[in-house]
Design a protein around this ligand. Structure first.
Ligand code: FES
Length: 153
């Protein structure tokens, strides 16, 4: 076993890989508490080298099928009074339109992209589950618009 003598509080962990790998990393890091009530989990930076993004995860046939069959719909950002067309994940579509939304891992793990949907139906590309048409919390990195959607952003 190799033991690294690192100052963990100052250590940043750059991670890229499958959802299983990242979930395991988050769980392991969550067990390490640092000084000042910080947690090693806070030091994880998820990056997407190559095919780590859900849209390009060739192991996830469901994600590809969802994207292939997704028609283009309009997403309205109520608070910002902006809108964009979307046929991919809400996060990617916003960025394609030059709109920056809060995000972290882009893989449905960190929850930093979570926001409230006011109306419209979205589909989770990891589970294939369709949302209701009403108000609910969603993650923009793993949901695609199945109808026109209004977000409380
Ligand atoms: S960006 Fe991490 S869950 Fe969406």
């Amino acid at each position: 076993m190799l033991a690294l003598n690192l100052p963990l509080a100052d250590t940043q962990i750059f991670a890229c890989g499958s959802q299983t790998l990242l979930t395991g990393l988050y769980k392991a890091a969550a067990e390490i508490t640092l000084s000042h009530n910080k947690n090693l989990r806070d030091n994880i930076i998820v990056v997407n080298f190559g095919h780590a993004s859900p849209d390009f995860n060739f192991d996830n046939k469901q994600a590809l099928d969802s994207k292939k069959h997704a028609a283009q719909h309009t997403v309205y950002l109520r608070a910002r009074q902006r809108q964009f067309d979307s046929s991919t994940t809400l996060l990617n579509a916003a960025e394609d339109a030059g709109i920056r939304l809060a995000h972290g891992c882009r893989q449905g793990i960190c929850q930093l992209c979570r926001c409230n949907k006011v109306s419209g139906v979205v589909k989770n590309i990891h589970t294939g589950k369709m949302s209701s048409d009403g108000y609910e919390s969603i993650q923009t990195c793993i949901n695609i618009a199945m109808t026109d959607v209004v977000l409380d952003i």
